[in-house]
Ligand binder design. Structure first.
Ligand SMILES: C[S@@+](CC[C@H](N)C(=O)[O-])C[C@H]1O[C@@H](n2cnc3c(N)ncnc32)[C@H](O)[C@@H]1O
Length: 274
């Protein structure tokens, strides 16, 4: 198992739903993504919805509760056994696998029409693994299928830099792109980005980061001193508090489909923009 996932086992399982103010189990937070997935599923006669890095299965459980067509298979693909255990107890179909190496054959009937969804997973792949995951997913997606993902990403470079510095100090390789950089990576890996919609932000408090990343009170104060001095930093991203700091992850929902390539022109791939 990936070292990063192993390190987080203390917050996995049933405890996960209360983490970060209950962000990952809150139906209000999930609503924009769930609505978008339902809209696409209704329009395109989907056979299988795969939640990539679906954790304990809260998004799929919400979709099921919202009354997604019972003929549609819901599959949670996850790398953590503890998260998979919780998802199975919630009655979901689960597959153990990694987003950067799974194949569609692992998650359903190959000939069916798939919809891939994902929330808050791409940053686990790190700066250098991001493209590999987008490429693998692209090779597993057929023309006309959709990949909808809600990914922490920042409009301004200085904000992404601040969060990346924070995660580096916390000794984790997680990495956050800017919205522009992520769009560029998606384009390079032959995705067409149809829409980018705002999601709700997640607040990261001292207490939770100390538990999740095993930080001492001294480290918290050092982070607070170091990052609050960064120029042009928005309080919507990082702010000092009486006992340390609070940082915020900003989420955007990207609706993507395979770019239609025209390889007749000396092998060059040109996306068709509709
Ligand atoms: C922040 S949690 C989000 C869980 C879920 N997507 C949600 O929004 O409720 C990220 C999840 O991605 C999983 N994960 C991280 N890297 C992964 C990978 N390479 N393949 C599959 N799952 C991965 C983690 O184990 C974790 O459950």
């Amino acid at each position: 198992m990936n070292e990063q996932i192993k390190r987080e086992e203390s917050v996995h399982g049933e405890h996960w739903s209360t983490l970060h103010g209950g962000y990952f189990s809150d139906p209000v937070v999930a609503a924009p993504l769930i609505r978008k997935v339902q809209e696409i599923a209704d329009k395109s006669r989907v056979d299988t919805i795969v939640d990539l890095g679906g954790g304990t299965g809260s998004l799929l459980s919400l979709l099921r509760a919202e009354g997604v067509d019972p003929g549609v298979s819901l599959v949670n693909l996850e790398a953590s056994d503890i998260q998979l255990g919780a998802a199975r107890r919630a009655g979901l179909s689960c597959v153990r696998g990694s987003v950067d190496s799974f194949s569609r054959h692992d998650v359903g009937h190959e000939e069916g029409h798939f919809l891939f969804m994902m929330r808050s997973v791409l940053h686990y792949l790190g700066k250098y693994g991001l493209r590999r995951a987008l490429r693998n997913l692209r090779t597993q997606t057929r023309p006309g299928e959709v990949f909808v993902h809600q990914t922490a990403s920042f409009r301004h470079q200085q904000d992404a830099d601040c969060l990346n510095e924070l995660y580096q100090i916390m000794r984790t390789p997680k990495w956050y792109p800017t919205v522009d950089f992520l769009r560029e990576c998606l384009r390079d890996e032959e995705w067409q980005v149809l829409e980018v919609l705002p999601g709700l932000p997640l607040s990261l408090t001292n207490e939770e980061l100390m538990q999740r990343y095993d930080l001492s009170p001294t480290e918290i104060l050092r982070i607070s001193d170091q990052l609050s001095q960064k120029p042009l930093l928005s309080e919507a991203v990082f702010k000092r508090t009486d006992n340390g700091f609070c940082a915020f992850l900003h989420y955007w929902i990207y609706v993507c489909t395979p770019a239609i390539s025209d390889k007749s022109d000396s092998g060059r791939v040109s996306p068709i923009v509709v």
